[in-house]
Design a protein around this ligand. Structure first.
Ligand SMILES: Nc1nc2c(ncn2[C@@H]2O[C@H](COP(=O)(O)OP(=O)(O)O)[C@@H](O)[C@H]2O)c(=O)[nH]1
Ligand SMILES: [Mg+2]
Length: 335
């Protein structure tokens, strides 16, 4: 079902007006497989760049079932009631998009999704050109252009590494549940190391004491780890997303982290590092894809694999042959 493509002026005007249908459309263009769609998205992003960057960018992570969606629903509604405009980018493996309707997490954020000042965008985790991190960055920029001042990225771990979430946002919030003991409940230590705030959720009913105990354990464990944000001691809070307990404290802590980062210059540094990292990544991705697309490279790579497996060539020799196949006489030498 092809819809007429909006012009860059229409996109710009729609985003400036905070039109959520246009915002949704712009994100779809940014993640499109069609080069012309992406070019259009880039044009409007470039125009609106001065309006972006001011939002609170928060990453929320934790194992499936920890209560991330419930927390976003509760915190999101709480924030909208206080005058914020909240965008949620949910990287949820269980969500799929079919024929324009969005299934998945949105159903778990019903209270939030009906509010005018909220925007929820579930993202497919695969089949997106340039990977999840890239398209989430672009979606984030577009949401900011449309006037959203709080962006929450829900993630079960963005991709290859935990550091990827920290690379996208200003503040990583890790959601844990009580009663899971010391083994960090299947969560890799890496994510704890990048957490700027830890929340032990489901601190309600019979679980309140267990949650407090778990929070104490994590506080203790954190002393052994380096600070996720230099100059900031990662706080450990308890909350109940289901009962709406601890939301004010959660938000206060996000704001304190923000002021702390602003005062120390960490915010500027972190954002700059993220941008430069993204730049490097983009160039590398394109160069690599272009190399692999050159005639002869695929065959040379397969021969090189055989040579290495059968020990008929050293790895540097095999690598040199692959480079020769792609670059010919201009092949860089293998170090
Ligand atoms: N008791 C209790 N249950 C909760 C709380 N938050 C979430 N849940 C429940 O835990 C389950 C998973 O929640 P969900 O938000 O979908 O987790 P996600 O996979 O991390 O997004 C659901 O059945 C929720 O109702 C809470 O604070 N207390
Ligand atoms: Mg969820």
């Amino acid at each position: 079902m092809a819809r007429p493509r909006p012009t860059v002026d229409e996109l710009e005007a729609g985003l400036l007006a905070g039109d959520r249908a246009i915002l949704s459309r712009a994100i779809t263009l940014a993640e499109s497989r069609l080069q012309s769609d992406r070019t259009l998205a880039q044009e409007v992003m470039a125009r609106l760049l001065p309006r972006t960057g001011a939002a609170r960018r928060i990453g929320l992570t934790g194992v499936p079932g920890a209560g991330k969606s419930t927390t976003i629903e509760a915190l999101g509604v709480w924030l909208v009631e206080r005058g914020h405009k909240v965008a949620v980018l949910a990287i949820d493996p269980s969500s799929t998009r079919q024929g324009g309707s969005i299934l998945g997490d949105k159903t778990r954020m019903q209270g939030l999704s009906v509010l005018d000042d909220a925007f929820i965008r579930p993202s497919p985790t695969s089949g997106v050109l340039g990977g999840v991190a890239r398209r989430t960055r672009e979606a984030m920029v577009l949401c900011e252009a449309a006037g959203f001042d709080v962006i929450i990225v829900e993630s079960v771990g963005v991709g290859q590494s935990e550091a990827e979430l920290a690379d996208l946002v200003d503040c990583v919030m890790l959601l844990l549940v009580p009663g899971a003991g010391d083994e960090l409940q299947g969560i890799k230590r890496g994510i704890v190391e990048v957490a700027d705030l830890i929340v032990v959720n489901k601190a309600d009913g019979d679980a309140v004491r267990a949650a407090k105990r778990a929070a104490g354990d994590y506080r203790h464990a954190l002393r052994m780890l380096p600070e996720a944000t230099p100059g900031w001691k990662t706080p450990v809070l308890t909350a109940s997303a289901a009962e709406g307990i601890g939301l004010a404290e959660m938000w206060d802590t996000v704001e304190q982290h923000r002021s702390n980062m602003e005062a120390s210059g960490q915010l500027e540094r972190r954002r700059a590092d993220q941008q430069l990292g993204w730049l490097g990544q983009q160039v590398e991705e394109v160069v690599l894809a272009a190399f692999h697309g050159r005639p002869g490279v695929k065959d040379a790579l397969s021969e090189a694999r055989d040579a290495v497996t059968n020990a008929t060539a050293t790895v540097p020799q095999a690598a040199a042959r692959v480079l020769e196949a792609g670059f010919g006489a201009d092949a860089p030498t293998v170090q």
